[in-house]
Design a protein around this ligand. Structure first.
Ligand code: FAD
Length: 463
């Protein structure tokens, strides 16, 4: 086990060298100027895989493909919690869409989609519009507060890169304040971190935070007692990880409790304010940090479309992933509401399903262009994976379930393989290995946005 970081570093060096060679050998390709217009909304897992599949079939040169996204990067969400928990640099989990587009002859437009005019075959953006012959809708989901008015004001979502950075900045501030506070009750409140929602993101975030607090506090904040730090998961159901196998849920619960994370099952947060939460069983917990990972729903731009909707406002699609009644328009990933023909259950909202659907939609567009029959989508679950801090994890596929350190190792290998660019893979292995060797996580810089020049100079302040 002790040699592992060195082996990882050696592997990283190999991957890095191969990556440099591979990236340099890829020529830039100019986007096509003729052919059908294929517009892909969203550069997430579904959108990127649709583009990749079309290019694999030669449509990078035969069609005018355009990706539209309001971010200019693809976000690798499964590792976002590590940005929040000071473990990874934000650049490691994001990949420039223009780099991908440039190498495949695809156009990219940074813009916010506000509406889709299905009859007029055009997409409405905040600053213009884009006509299409074929459309892939892959705009993902947004945080679901289930009508709780206080939650958006007093909790942090963990959905976008900005959220990860915001949590990191906020938690660093709370720990710094705690290190300067003589008032024990106030210090305890500053060092109490609450996660609402015991799904995969909530569980992974809680484990990573607990690990961080135990290791970093002990080492970098000599005035603080790590045993004062509390991480509490509040979950309404009687179990964690409602969407996963019960065996994984049990292992995760045991592991979290062994790490010192408090898990409050069958509990609902009934009041959330800036300095405490109250729960359905009457407990009050003083805290300044509450993270909300209780669920997702379709963003309003999807929910408001004049089409048939499924659970959470997603779009009902047929077996080919085509929006019901709209030829040439496909919805994938979190935007698609489709039943798995094998299990009769809805296809889960996961990166792996978004990727499979993206590929299948890209292939069906290619078939539609040449008049071939479309192929029905079939979902293949690759299993579940969960990281529980720096040394433990669970990975399960069919009857096989691996926990503890081997599970953690398998989780890291699987996620490294899925990271988009060689640069990200290399940087991540380096961050992990360094963190492991030094027995703490490495990325502890607070990254606040720079103040506006006018604010600095005070030039435009009338008062
Ligand atoms: C913190 C977190 C952790 C997760 N961990 C896992 C995991 O470990 N394993 C797993 O399988 N799944 C995981 N998921 C779920 C997984 O991320 C989603 O199911 C998957 O990303 C869905 O893919 P998508 O293509 O539908 O949407 P996304 O990947 O979310 O992509 C949507 C894209 O659309 C863009 N966009 C959104 N709205 C607009 C707009 N109005 N205009 C322009 N662009 C817009 C966004 O910028 C984004 O690039 C996690 C999700 C989160 C939030």
């Amino acid at each position: 086990v002790k040699r592992l970081p060195w082996l990882a570093l050696a592997a990283a060096a190999g991957v890095g060298l191969y990556g440099v060679w591979h990236t340099r050998s890829q020529a830039l390709v100019r986007p096509a100027t003729s052919g059908p217009r294929i517009v892909i909304l969203g550069a997430g897992f579904g959108g990127m895989m649709a583009a990749r599949e079309l290019c694999r079939r030669g449509y990078g040169q035969k069609a005018r493909i355009l990706i539209v996204d309001h971010h200019n990067y693809h976000l690798f969400t499964p590792m976002l919690y590590q940005v929040a928990a000071w473990g990874l640099d934000p650049y490691n989990v994001s990949y420039a869409v223009r780099e991908f587009a440039g190498h495949h002859g695809i156009g990219f437009r940074r813009g916010a989609v506000t509406d889709i005019d299905f009859d007029g075959h055009k997409v409405q953006l905040q600053d213009g519009e884009e006509p299409y012959d074929y459309l892939v809708i892959a705009l993902g989901s947004t945080t679901n507060y289930f009508g709780d008015q206080a939650a958006p004001k007093h909790t942090f979502p963990i959905k976008w890169l900005e959220d990860g950075v915001a949590i990191r900045n906020w938690t660093i501030d709370r720990v710094e304040q705690a290190s300067q506070t003589a008032d024990a009750a106030q210090r305890q409140a500053l060092l109490t971190f609450v996660v609402i929602g015991g799904g995969a993101t909530g569980v992974e975030t809680a484990a990573a935070l607990m690990d961080l607090l135990c290791h970093v506090l002990a080492r970098d904040y000599p005035s603080l007692d790590p045993s004062e730090a509390r991480v509490v998961v509040v979950e309404m159901l009687d179990r964690l990880l409602g969407a996963m196998d019960q065996r994984i849920a049990d292992m995760a619960l045991d592991q979290l409790r062994a790490m010192g994370v408090e898990v409050w099952l069958k509990t609902k947060a009934t009041e959330i304010t800036g300095d405490h939460i109250t729960t359905s069983d009457g407990r009050t917990l003083r805290t300044h940090t509450v993270m909300w990972t209780a669920g997702v729903r379709a963003p309003d731009v999807i929910g408001n479309l004049a089409t048939e909707h499924g659970k959470g406002g997603s779009i009902k699609v047929d077996q080919y992933l085509q929006v019901v009644g709209r030829r040439g328009v496909f919805a994938v990933g979190d935007n698609a509401s489709i039943t798995d023909a094998k299990t009769g259950q809805p296809v889960p909202l996961l990166a792996q399903s978004a990727m499979q659907e993206g590929s299948a939609a890209g292939a069906n567009i290619a078939r539609q262009i040449v008049g071939e029959p479309l192929e029905p989508f079939s979902y293949h679950s690759l299993g579940d994976a969960l990281a529980l801090g720096r040394t433990s994890g669970v990975i399960a596929s069919g009857p096989i379930i691996i926990g503890g350190f081997p599970g953690w190792l398998a989780w890291r290998v699987v996620h490294l393989a899925r990271l988009t660019s060689y640069r990200d893979k290399l940087a991540t292995v380096l961050d992990w290995s360094w963190g492991y060797l030094r027995a703490l996580d490495t990325t502890r810089l607070q990254m606040q946005p720079a103040p506006e020049p006018a604010t600095v100079a005070g030039a435009y302040h009338s008062d």
